[in-house]
Design a protein. Structure first.
Length: 340
């Protein structure tokens, strides 16, 4: 990872970065641009943070702006709320998505409701950075994505970063926003590389079409974006043209982009690293169907196996996480190449 002593790329320049570097660059750029932005959370100032996303920031901005907290998520998230009401823009790091329920009161009852309960007198510019996902052999209590847990909460926006570009652009957009935003990063993607445009800001609620196609739409989030792209490459060898959409936002969902794609292909495969029941994939299918979408084939969901917890065993964890092969099979069933 590049150090803070190296010259940063000029704003507007597109450079190759790892996903980890993209998160670091977004934090660095936001903190340089606005002195009210601070970073707080468990061990955020210790040797670059647990996942090394914060390297160089304590040295550059001082520990008054990069603040280590006690192990008490509900406590420090509510502290961030109080800070935001005084003009500070806190970025709160959750070491694992699985820890979000311990801050349930802050996330459900406080952050998204404060503007409404104040009659619009206060904004709550708090960003929650959540380290999500399996694949790291952390066991069932440290491997959830949590991406759909709070999607039904009015007043809260939820972002999911599937590429280095998304990791940078979504975090920049979240920090600038005057309402609370959950930004999910995937721990298995931190070493992945991709082009990042320094200074780019994501449009809130806008998905990204990463690959155009005509036969089937594959809608993916987080690590499933990478696997959906790999599946699309394999599907091309079978004569299937797949359109791949990086969801980017769970709340609000970009039903306009999704709907236009499915109207073109008539087929949909959901790729999500969570249980399908109660998630964004089920909501997307419901919204499309309620809006009168005519299906050429029933929509399919590639997700974690129903009613099974994520195991610690490496072979079992790998089997549990949706693979590119499972996405390929679902898409080929959708177009009739494989019996359903």
């Amino acid at each position: 990872m590049s150090t803070q002593t190296e010259a940063a790329p000029a704003m507007g320049a597109t450079v190759e970065m790892t996903y980890r570097e993209a998160v670091n660059a977004a934090l660095d750029d936001a903190m340089a641009e606005d002195p009210s932005v601070i970073l707080m959370g468990e061990d955020v100032d210790a040797d670059g943070g647990v996942f090394k996303t914060n390297a160089g920031l304590p040295q550059k901005y001082g520990r008054e702006r990069v603040m280590a907290t006690p192990i008490c998520e509900n406590g420090f998230t509510n502290v961030a709320l109080g800070m935001s009401l005084t003009g500070i823009r806190p970025v709160v790091e959750f070491m694992f998505a699985d820890f979000m329920p311990t801050a349930g009161d802050a996330i459900v009852n406080q952050l998204p409701k404060y503007r409404y309960m104040s009659g619009g007198q206060f904004s709550v510019p708090v960003t929650l950075r959540v380290v999500s996902g399996a694949g790291g052999r952390f066991g069932t209590q440290h491997s959830a994505t949590g991406e759909s847990w709070f999607m039904a909460q009015p007043g809260m926006r939820v972002a999911v970063a599937g590429t280095p570009a998304a990791a940078y652009e979504l975090l920049r957009a979240a920090i600038r926003n005057n309402d609370p935003v959950l930004v999910h990063e995937h721990k298995a993607l931190y070493a992945r590389k991709g082009p990042v445009t320094r200074g780019a800001i994501a449009e809130i609620g806008k998905a990204a079409i990463l690959r155009e196609g005509t036969d089937v739409t594959i809608l993916a989030s987080l690590m499933m974006v990478e696997r959906a792209m790999a599946a699309a490459d394999e599907l091309a060898g079978h004569g299937v043209s797949a359109e791949v959409i990086d969801l980017r936002w769970v709340r609000p969902l970009d039903m306009e982009t999704i709907g236009a794609s499915v109207a073109k292909t008539g087929r949909l495969v959901i790729a999500e690293e969570q249980w399908h029941e109660g998630g964004w994939g089920a909501t997307v299918i419901s919204n499309l169907t309620r809006n009168g979408q005519a299906w050429k084939s029933v929509p399919r969901a590639v997700a974690l196996y129903y009613d099974t917890l994520i195991p610690y065993s490496p072979p079992l964890e790998d089997e549990m996480i949706p693979s590119a092969e499972r996405i390929v099979t679902a898409a080929r069933k959708s177009v009739g190449q494989i019996p359903a």
